[in-house]
Ligand binder design. Structure first.
Ligand code: C2E
Ligand code: MG
Ligand code: MG
Length: 611
């Protein structure tokens, strides 16, 4: 059979019938309807036709000689390629046609002979339409499946990308966390992380009675000096070196952290008693005392360490840190390069200090201060030549508080500016009143102590000018007592201030001479009028009768530099005699008078005592 003429756009129908007449009739009906029609007279021909081109529909006669329709249908249905080709059975009316069997074999419909043309066409059309629909569905299914697969693939890819993104974000987050919890310079844990570890240790101690820990708070001594003199880069290098050295003193179970600046903290975990913490502190102090060889300098560095024992009764880790800090300050006060173990009394003291600070603030507002005056005696005349103004605090509950107790706090809090200015004002005002008093010796000087902190006030000289102007005193009678720390700073700004004061004829006295660090070269470059020898040297004069200690040398220095010498803390006649023999110019002390209230000054002046 030649199938070349078959039109691929037309539906293909295969008719299998052993009766040539039937074939012809059916073929012509269907060809007229626009189908490709092929004919097979027996099974063999049907097979060949099917193998050549798969038909869209088969019309199959039941009654055939060798292989009957049922069997052919069954065979087609069994093959994969032909299984879904619809088969319509053809039967003669007189045939014994078993419809049930026909459907069972896989037939979809049947036509009985003689043919009703319209019926044949409708049944063929129906089946073809059904098959088209089925094929379409199949195709759609395949397409759908394909699309689902494609989408699934895309989704999987998107998911993978998302996972990658999540991973990189998590990495970034942990990196950020790492940065947030560590010190960038040394790489050590920072305060936040340290507090967390401390909190864990505290919680563990609350649960396990056998678990004990201690805290070391370390602050470098004089670090600022190194930073300021050698620069921040050297400072940074030193901090890194310190961190390394500290780390080397510890085992990995302990936490070393940099809290900021030159402060470090160490958490010693799982230790049995405080002595272990003390041993660690001693080892650290010993290690830190060795020279640090930096890239360009060799520097020496010490530290002070406060130790607090990890008592489970602490409510918060910060309190432990605070107590170690308090102990560290105590260590510093004891002379640096030391350690100190915290005890609860220290906390009490710290609280008292805080109260003092608050009280002091209020005192400034309410003006609770008084000025006492202590006479200064000229050793040439034996008479009073002036007074030193010494501040007192009239505390509403505690009574009179000595300056040694509150001046350091006032200096730390900055309240000293207000207090000191007020003292200066009161003293100048007082002098102007005394000067109008007939029994007052001429000239009478007033000495006022000036805190080193005042020198960082930009308008210090203006303020002094203002006070002198208001009190109308002669500035030559005003003496300002400064301490060695002022000139130790040796800054241009301070030199300028002192120079300006000198221009105004105000006298400058170096107070507590000998207790600080001033070198002679420093003394030389400042316009000082007098050195006040600290009372500790005057006191030791008697212990060391032959050479009178350092006092002769101090008086010598003053005289050779064209300055007067004032001896402080003179309590005995013997001291007075010694100072006279050394040609000391002035003296001050309980031997003459304690610091007294302003009303008593008038009486003292009236009595005009002479020594
Ligand atoms: P300072 O300026 O060296 O004053 C001398 C201190 O020695 C005074 O103590 C005085 O009372 C005491 N003193 C005087 N004679 C004797 C003596 O014979 N024996 C003994 N043991 N002590 C004697 P005060 O009044 O307690 O003042 C202590 C320090 O407080 C002063 O030392 C001064 O540094 C500071 N200060 C006092 N008033 C002021 C002030 O208005 N401003 C500033 N910045 N500091 C002040
Ligand atoms: Mg003084
Ligand atoms: Mg003094």
């Amino acid at each position: 059979m030649n199938y070349e003429h078959l039109d691929p756009n037309k539906k293909d129908i295969l008719i299998i019938d052993d009766m040539a007449d039937n074939l012809r009739v059916l073929s012509s009906i269907l060809t007229r309807e626009g189908y490709n029609v092929r004919k097979a007279l027996n099974w063999q021909m049907a097979l060949t036709a099917t193998q050549t081109v798969l038909p869209d529909l088969i019309l199959l006669d039941i009654m055939m000689p060798e292989v009957d329709g049922y069997e052919i249908c069954q065979t087609f249905k069994a093959w994969e390629l032909t299984a879904d080709i619809p088969v319509i059975f053809i039967s003669a009316l007189d045939d014994v046609f078993d419809k049930v069997k026909a459907f069972k074999m896989g037939g979809v419909d049947y036509i009985t002979k003689p043919f009703e043309f319209q019926e044949v066409i409708v049944r063929v059309q129906n089946q073809l339409a059904l098959r088209s629909a089925r094929l379409e569905i199949l195709k759609l299914n395949v397409e759908l499946e394909h699309r689902v697969k494609e989408r699934t693939g895309e989704l999987e890819k998107a998911l993978q990308k998302l996972q990658k993104e999540i991973n990189s974000r998590q990495k970034l987050q942990s990196q950020l966390l790492e940065i947030a919890l560590h010190d960038s310079l040394t790489g050590l844990p920072n305060r936040v992380l340290f507090i967390r570890r401390l909190e864990n240790a505290l919680n563990r101690a609350k649960q396990e009675s056998s678990y004990q820990f201690a805290l070391l708070f370390l602050d470098c001594d004089r670090f600022k000096v190194i930073n300021d003199s050698l620069g921040h880069l050297v400072g940074d290098e030193l901090l890194i070196a310190i961190a390394r050295r500290l780390q080397a003193c510890l085992t990995p179970i302990h936490t070393l952290a940099r809290l900021g600046g030159d402060e470090f903290a160490i958490l010693l975990e799982n230790i049995t008693d405080i002595n272990i913490a003390i041993q660690v502190a001693e080892r650290i102090l010993q290690q830190l005392s060795l020279a640090f060889k930096l890239s360009r300098y060799e520097v020496f560095m010490n530290a002070s360490i406060g130790i607090s024992w990890g008592n489970k009764d602490y409510d918060r880790p910060e309190y432990l840190l605070r107590d170690a800090d308090t102990a560290m300050y105590r260590a510093k006060a004891q002379g640096r390069a030391k350690y100190h173990v915290f005890n609860p009394a220290m906390h009490q003291e710290a609280i008292q200090l805080l109260e003092l600070e608050n009280d002091l603030r209020r005192a400034v507002e309410r003006q609770e201060f008084l000025v006492y005056y202590q006479p200064i005696v000229s050793l040439t005349t034996g008479r009073i030549s002036g007074f030193e103004a010494l501040v007192r605090w009239q505390h509403p509950i505690r009574g009179l508080v000595a300056p040694t107790e509150f001046i350091p706090v006032a200096e730390e809090t900055g309240l000293i500016n207000a207090i000191n200015t007020w003292v200066l004002q009161s003293a100048c005002h007082q002098l102007s009143i005394w000067q109008h008093y007939p029994l007052t010796p001429e000239p009478l000087t007033i000495s006022v102590n000036l805190s080193a902190r005042l020198f960082s006030q930009p308008n210090l000289v203006d303020q002094i000018d203002q006070i002198i102007y208001e009190s109308k005193i002669n500035p030559a009678y005003l003496e300002l007592e400064i301490t060695e720390s002022v000139i130790m700073e040796n800054t241009n700004a301070i030199k300028i201030i002192l120079q300006k004061l000198k221009q105004r004829k105000i006298k400058l006295i170096m107070d507590d001479f000998g207790t600080g660090y001033s070198s002679l070269s420093y003394l030389h470059s400042f316009p000082l009028n007098a050195l006040k020898i600290d009372k500790s040297f005057v006191k030791r004069m008697q212990e060391n009768k032959e050479n009178m200690g350092l006092v002769p040398a101090m008086i010598g220095i003053a005289n050779s530099m064209g300055m007067s010498a004032i001896a402080e803390g003179v309590e005995t006649q013997e001291q007075l005699a010694q100072l006279r023999s050394l040609n000391c110019n002035f003296a001050q002390g309980y031997l003459f008078s304690k610091p007294i209230e302003q009303q008593l000054v008038i009486k003292l002046l009236a009595a005009a005592p002479q020594w």
